[in-house]
Design a protein around this ligand. Structure first.
Ligand SMILES: Cc1cc2nc3c(=O)[nH]c(=O)nc-3n(C[C@H](O)[C@H](O)[C@H](O)COP(=O)(O)OP(=O)(O)OC[C@H]3O[C@@H](n4cnc5c(N)ncnc54)[C@H](O)[C@@H]3O)c2cc1C
Length: 224
């Protein structure tokens, strides 16, 4: 199995870390890798979506919930450490950068959305795109500053955060991602839909998007 070399890692939130690895392969935006390591005395494997679009250097970024067994192991890695890593896989990909797109994600499910969105805006800076991103607390909206900055550089891009927890002082959208589907789709002419998250959220989105006329071929998704 190939290995990747840790370049750096940092805390994004108290629960999520961001990792950059040097990889020996090229990936497509939206793909994931399987990392394997000896954890608690047993060889274990976990899947992680690549959060960055392809870079000529081969650098890949991951966002990892670090409270569990494998995530804790990853946090113990030092710069220069190598980890077994599969070739990239998965069926998520950018369909057509020129078509309107709507992205839905919650938590670390934002990773493949970020990769595909950045690939889309890189290919077509004027693309019409909307990202509806959910989190329990505003401090857990991953890449929030980056997405807000993107709205300045790309007038066709709209960022819609929503908070599901009981946070005082938040005056934006509240509730889970599925509560705001209609607002996200408003004004988009037959968009491609990209989404990633827990099984229940994906099932709800699939049903609502189908009812809105988004056919299976235009729904690109991953279940965590
Ligand atoms: C295609 C695919 C892509 C995926 N991409 C990502 C990704 O990009 N990022 C990502 O983070 N995950 C991703 N996952 C899930 C990932 O593979 C792991 O299952 C997940 O990160 C949990 O692994 P773990 O061993 O760290 O946690 P486990 O030990 O299996 O624990 C599961 C969860 O329980 C909670 N938990 C466990 N122990 C504690 C504790 N001591 N305190 C508080 N909470 C605790 C944590 O929320 C933890 O994530 C993906 C899964 C799939 C199938």
């Amino acid at each position: 199995m190939p290995t990747v070399e840790l370049l750096e890692h940092s805390l994004m939130t108290p629960r999520v870390s961001r990792f950059a690895f040097q990889a020996p392969f090229r990936h497509e935006a939206g793909q994931y890798v399987a990392l394997s390591a000896l954890v608690d005395g047993a060889q274990q494997t976990r899947y992680y979506s690549i959060a960055s679009p392809p870079e000529p250097s081969g650098r890949i970024e991951l966002c990892v919930q670090h409270e569990g067994a494998f995530g804790s192991h990853m946090r113990s890695l030092r710069r220069g450490d190598r980890t077994e890593c599969s070739e990239p896989g998965g069926k998520m990909r950018l369909l057509d950068p020129a078509r309107p797109a709507v992205y839905f994600a919650a938590g670390t499910g934002v990773s493949p959305m970020r990769a595909i969105l950045l690939a889309q805006l890189g290919a077509d800076p004027a693309a019409e795109a909307v990202l509806l991103l959910g989190a329990r607390h505003s401090s857990e909206l991953l890449f929030r500053d980056e997405f807000e900055a993107l709205t300045d550089r790309h007038p066709g891009f709209r960022f819609m955060p929503s908070i599901s927890g009981d946070e005082t002082g938040w005056d934006g959208r509240r509730g889970r991602v599925v509560a705001h589907i209609d607002e996200a789709m408003a004004g988009l002419n037959s968009p491609d839909a990209y989404f990633c998250g827990q099984r229940e959220m994906v099932a709800q989105l699939r049903e609502r998007l189908a009812a809105a006329g988004i056919t299976d071929e235009r729904q690109v998704y991953e279940r965590y």
